[in-house]
Structures are given as structure tokens and as C-alpha cells.
Design a protein around this ligand. Structure first.
Ligand code: PEP
Length: 255
């Protein structure tokens, strides 16, 4: 049974007080009725990770992810954060390959492949983001682009490792734009991703990997997106910054 997951990517939002308010609200509002079997993950800014982990110490229904990690073990990489550091403060997962990191920081799938390896070295779950730009979709290259990203970033993993990876399909044209992929567009790409997993790995792996949709997912469209057979949850940006909205999206996955 693959995991059902709703993950919130806070990006560069929330100072200390705001973040603590949000995490306390989430801990209070989420309950068994809303959660069902859904795993909830939040990815606050790196500087707040220790505080958030501590705040959630006795809350077992919210896991904590970092938004990024460096691909080397340690050394002279000013400003960077290693997987060992994240693991040492009990972070559970890391978002790797987000399109904003690809676009603003020039991350390639070759670098992302190394980050995923670093995650496995330190027992962190990689949440691997992939997705095409608007130009690529307009050119009809979206399936090919996503397959290539996956082959380059994930193709070297063992079956066992791949089954631990969470994939987030995030069409770049839908991130933070208010424009969402239709449920049909999401489903056809998720099915394609699963099919490509069965080509690079095998059918068992393809069946086991959770594939999240990300891109302007909100309370009003989450239910339709999550109803698609190959959509196992969502990676949520803007709507994860408001407790009521994020909780409503979590509720949409259960129903
Ligand atoms: C994201 O950046 O991962 C994302 C899905 O953002 P938004 O929900 O704001 O489109």
C-alpha cells in the first residue's frame, strides 16, 4: 500500500513567531478524523527546523522536512546545510529538486541525484520534485521531459531505495501561478510517471511509490485532484501557509 501524503512547502515564509503559531495551530486542528491514514509533512525554512522539531516532539502525526540539502557530506560550502546536520536534529525528509531550486540556483538532475544519495546515507526520505515548464508543455515535450528528469535523478537507485522516494509532480506553470493542472492532466502525467518507474525499475516499484501533485493546489480543487487513481496526495506551497487551508487539503485526501 503506497503512502497517502500531504506535504506543505513553506518556502521563504514565516519568521519565528509566525512559524510557531502555524505549527501549533496545525497540531491542534489535525485529528484522526481529518487524517485517516494520511501522512502530513511540513517543510519550514531551515533556520526554524530545530524549533519546529522540538515543538512537534510529542506530535507523531506531523513529520518535518527540510526544503533542501547540499550534495556533499561536509566542507567548505558556505551557507549550505548537510544531510548529516538535518538528521542530527531529527528531521525526517528533504525536498530535493524543487523547480525554484532548479530555476534560481541552477540545480541539475545530476546534482539532485547526489542529494538523493546523501539523503539515503542519513536515513532521510527524499521528496523528489519534477515537472515541465510551460514552453515544454506547449511544445508537447512534457512527458519526455519528466521521463528524462526521472531517469537522470532516480535511475541509479536500487529498487529498495526507489520505494522509499516520494515523487512530487509539479508542473512549473502551475506553481504559485493560481493555474492548476486539471485532474485529467495530473492523472495522465502521474500515470506516465508510474509507467516510467516500471520501465526503469519494475511494476512492483511503480506500484509502491507515492506520487504527489503540486501546483496551486487549494481547498477548492484538492478533492478532485486527489480523486485521481495515481494521485497519492499533494505538495502544497501557498495554501500550506494558512492552517485552515492546509487542514482542509489534508481532509480532502481522506474523503
Ligand atoms: C510548490 O512550490 O511546491 C507549490 C506547489 O507551490 P504552490 O502550491 O504555491 O503552487
Amino acid at each position: 500500500m503506497r503512502r497517502k501524503i500531504v506535504a506543505g512547502n513553506w518556502k521563504m515564509n514565516k519568521n519565528y513567531d509566525e512559524a510557531m503559531d502555524l505549527v501549533r495551530d496545525l497540531a491542534e486542528m489535525l485529528n484522526d478524523d481529518i487524517l485517516g491514514k494520511t501522512d502530513v509533512i511540513i517543510a519550514p525554512p531551515a533556520v526554524l527546523l530545530p524549533n519546529i522539531v522540538e515543538e512537534l516532539w510529542d506530535v507523531d502525526y506531523i513529520s518535518v522536512a527540510a526544503q533542501n540539502c547540499h550534495h556533499e557530506i561536509a566542507g567548505a560550502y558556505t551557507g549550505e546545510i548537510s544531510t548529516d546536520m538535518l538528521a542530527s536534529i531529527e528531521v525526517d525528509a528533504v525536498i530535493v529538486g524543487h523547480s525554484e531550486r532548479r530555476h534560481y540556483f541552477g540545480e541539475t538532475d545530476a546534482i539532485i541525484a547526489k542529494k538523493i544519495d546523501r539523503c539515503f546515507e542519513d536515513d532521510l526520505v527524499p521528496i523528489y520534485c519534477c515537472g515541465e515548464t510551460l514552453e515544454e508543455r506547449k511544445a508537447g515535450a512534457h512527458f519526455e521531459v519528466v521521463a528524462r528528469q526521472m531517469t537522470e535523478a532516480l535511475g541509479h537507485l536500487s529498487d529498495e531505495e526507489m520505494m522509499e522516494v516520494v515523487i512530487a509532480y509539479e508542473p512549473v506553470w502551475a506553481i504559485g501561478t493560481g493555474e492548476t493542472a486539471t485532474p485529467e492532466q495530473a492523472q495522465e502525467m502521474h500515470a506516465h510517471i508510474r509507467e516510467h518507474l516500471s520501465v526503469i525499475f519494475n511494476a512492483d516499484v511503480a506500484d509502491e511509490v507515492s506520487i504527489l501533485y503540486g501546483g496551486s493546489c487549494k481547498p477548492s480543487n484538492a478533492k478532485e485532484l486527489f480523486a485521481q487513481p495515481d494521485v497519492d496526495g499533494g505538495l502544497i506551497g501557498g495554501a500550506s501557509l494558512v492552517a485552515e487551508d492546509f487542514v482542509a487539503i489534508v481532509a480532502a485526501l481522506k474523503s
